[in-house]
Design a binder for this molecule. Structure first.
Ligand SMILES: NC(=O)c1ccc[n+]([C@@H]2O[C@H](COP(=O)([O-])OP(=O)(O)OC[C@H]3O[C@@H](n4cnc5c(N)ncnc54)[C@H](O)[C@@H]3O)[C@@H](O)[C@H]2O)c1
Length: 251
């Protein structure tokens, strides 16, 4: 059993910010050779910040541009020295509107980034991983992989589909060395929610009281599972969608 990822080439999409930055950091600390992929203008700075003792590679692209993904993938692979062992599909967006008013363009964008880009990247990486006989793909799911929530019909649909895609890819690839799993974070403290306690205390209290651990999660709470799923300690785990939610779903 080995939690050390030394020598493994790990790609984290969405790794310039938020939860996936913390996940990228956990991979770096576990010894991985890391490449972050993001559209954010701070990507170079994020890679520099992550790479304390060794270089962290970065690749800037818009994952919603699906037609560009094959070329993007080849460029990312080259940055990784020609081999990707672990792909963490983390980049995602959310758009809030009532279902009856939800704009079709936003629906398409959310589905393109949160689902279609993940399928295309996983397919591209999956082909190489099948050829090398080894690979780990980890997708970012959500509580809305399990329930529908409100005001986020596109997001909930994309994350529900991610849970199914995780199982579908796993079913086809598990016997050939490629394992596919997903992490489903619960309520997380992020830039978007950091001031919720102040701005919307009633909703904050309601959510917090439903979390058995009585606190919201952080990116650091996700890093352990992300590393575990990428490591040999998880060699018999595939097709799983694992909640990291302080017990929320169990209540
Ligand atoms: N924040 C939460 O409470 C929460 C809960 C469950 C799941 N998630 C999921 O975790 C992931 C990260 O969420 P976060 O809250 O840290 O978000 P975030 O906005 O802080 O980070 C998302 C990252 O993805 C990048 N990104 C967005 N669109 C992109 C595109 N078209 N091309 C390339 N990169 C793109 C952004 O630039 C950003 O760096 C998402 O998949 C999200 O759905 C978040």
């Amino acid at each position: 059993m080995e939690l050390n990822l030394k020598g493994k080439h790990v790609v984290v999409t969405g790794g310039a910010n938020g939860l996936c930055y913390d996940i990228a950091k956990a991979y770096y600390e576990a010894g991985a050779e890391l490449c972050i992929v993001d559209i954010a203008p701070n990507i170079a700075e994020a890679a520099k910040q992550l790479g304390k003792d060794r270089e962290v590679k970065y690749y800037s692209c818009d994952l919603s541009k699906l037609d560009n993904l094959p070329a993007d993938y080849e460029a990312i692979k080259e940055l990784c020295g020609g081999r990707i062992d672990i792909l963490f599909n983390g980049a995602g967006i959310q758009y809030r509107a009532k279902a009856e008013d939800f704009p079709l363009a936003k629906w398409k964008l959310v589905l393109d980034i949160n689902l279609n880009a993940i399928f295309v990247l996983s397919q591209l990486a999956g082909r190489d991983m099948l050829e090398q006989g080894y690979g780990r793909i980890i997708n970012m799911a959500s509580m809305t992989s399990f329930f529908g929530s409100e005001m986020v019909p596109a997001y909930a649909s994309s994350k529900g589909a991610i849970a199914q895609l995780t199982k579908a890819l796993s079913n086809e690839w598990a016997s050939r060395g490629v394992h596919v799993n997903a992490i489903a974070p619960g309520y997380m403290v992020t830039k978007l929610t950091a001031d919720m306690e102040e701005k919307n205390p009633a909703q904050y209290k309601e959510i917090t009281s439903r979390i058995p651990m009585k606190r919201w999660g952080t990116g650091q709470d996700l890093g352990g599972l992300a590393v575990f799923l990428a490591s040999s300690a998880a060699d018999y785990i595939t097709g799983a969608v694992i909640p990291v939610d302080g017990g929320y779903l169990g209540k």
